[in-house]
Design a protein around this ligand. Sequence first.
Ligand code: 6JR
Length: 536
Amino acid sequence: MSARLCTSWKGKVEVTKDGLKLCTMGPGKVFGELAILYNCTRTATVKALTHTKLWAIDRQCFQTIMMKTGLIKHAEHMEFLRSVPSLQELQEDVLSKLADVLEETHYDEGDYIIRQGASGDTFFIISKGKVSVTQQKLANEEPVFLCTLSRGDWFGEQALKGEDVRTASVVAADDVTCLVIDRESFKQLIGGLEDVNSRVYESAEAKAKFEAEAAFFSSLDFSDFQIVNTLGVGGFGRVELVQLKSDESQTFAMKILKKQHILDTRQQGHILSEKHIMQETHCGFIVRLYRTFRDRKYLYMLMEACLGGELWTILRDRGSFDDATTRFYTACVVEALSYLHCRSIIYRDLKPENIILDQRGCAKLVDFGFAKKIGYGKKTWTFCGTPEYVAPEIILNKGHDISADYWSLGILMYELLSGSPPFSESDPMKTYNIILRGIDMVEFPKKITKNAANLIKRLCRDNPSERLGNQKNGVKDIQKHKWFEGFNWEGMRKGTLTPPIIPSVSSPLDTSNFDCFPEDSEDPPPDEDSGWDAEF
Ligand code: 6JR
């Protein structure tokens, strides 16, 4: 007789093996499954103790049902996976593989799904319920709550990306179902996804600070500010130094953009991306964007005021910088680029005009009009940047990625050390021509030291994959270069290193480090309410 799986609904049976009694079973218990599941001979003997009635399913039937449930589960998982925002980029066949390898796991409220400090080999996607993420700074300290995650969210990638160690604890906040994926499948199927790959977490302290700050700024109204003076003027509009009426010592830079001008120059996409990128960016070497406002004529960006002035102005006044001064500013930019690149953001507009000093003399990147978030290992094709700073692959329209910023970093170093960029001609076409001839055709002035020249040449390689910063060790290769030997990176990050130029800034209202601009006498631009800026 072919093997059958049985469940009794009346009576009692006894299980024995080699003459030894193993157990007795009453109504509702299932037996006979092992031979069916594993296609082996019966592992024990089952004997009726009383008059017994059973339900029985034969192997064929059992397997058909199991297969059907398997297919149904697979289809369910597919449908769910398709709905997960971070997995949108995955092809159907990859999703199907994922649905094959994942395992569904259930947790009750209070269960630890992940413990901070443990080593980890799995990645989780929540299909039901909520989890809370907490973190302890020290083993005996109270854990700090970080966030709640729910259906469609995922976690556990950090241990698979880096050190193997769980960076936080994850606890089920109610009945939770997770789809669990092992390290190998994660690496092959998910690890390369933009969302998963570019997620970087802030520490609990930083998070708390930025949340409080965000709450403060969102409580303010446009009319809470008044203009102090003008910091800059361009075709786009103006940058004004503004102060809080309620606390005049609190000043900010308010960038005011004419909506009609944005539309005329088709910059809508760039402006929205600038807002989104800057608003998420919390780096000491990048100007902060606190919040935005808009009305019918203008968009407003409320930013950190950096009253030390533009690096461009200082360079213009001094002609060039010595090695140590250039090293400090270059290091600030390296920090900023490394912050952005970790998050898959290319900056694309490096030049002295876009670097400003705060009152301490620390350099920060400003103007994110060309910044773009790109997928891991992806390229982009928009031609942008300033001719003198544009990398050859952009000119040749070959597609570019974060390595284009390292090219510009080399150009920046050269310009700061010598006073003008290495490739510079009266018209952009000529500039592009000499860029394509390469850095080895440039004669370096004497004041650029051997080590500096070496670093510039290793940043400005024609082939993007040969550029320092874009190799296996990333930005570390730049930080370890001979030209930076002995530089106090940690002091610069913490702000304990004294900057080479300390600007004179007498108060939060002092705009003397900026050129003078006439008051706004232009006619106001027309209203623009096509609505493209709804998310601004
Ligand atoms: N931070 C998982 C969710 C956070 C969060 C902050 C941190 C670390 P894992 O928790 O992957 O396991 O997926 O390490 O494999 O705000 N998660 N929110 N981790 N780490 C983790 C993430 C998920 C636990 C978070 C997380 C930090 C801050 C400063 C070091 C230093």
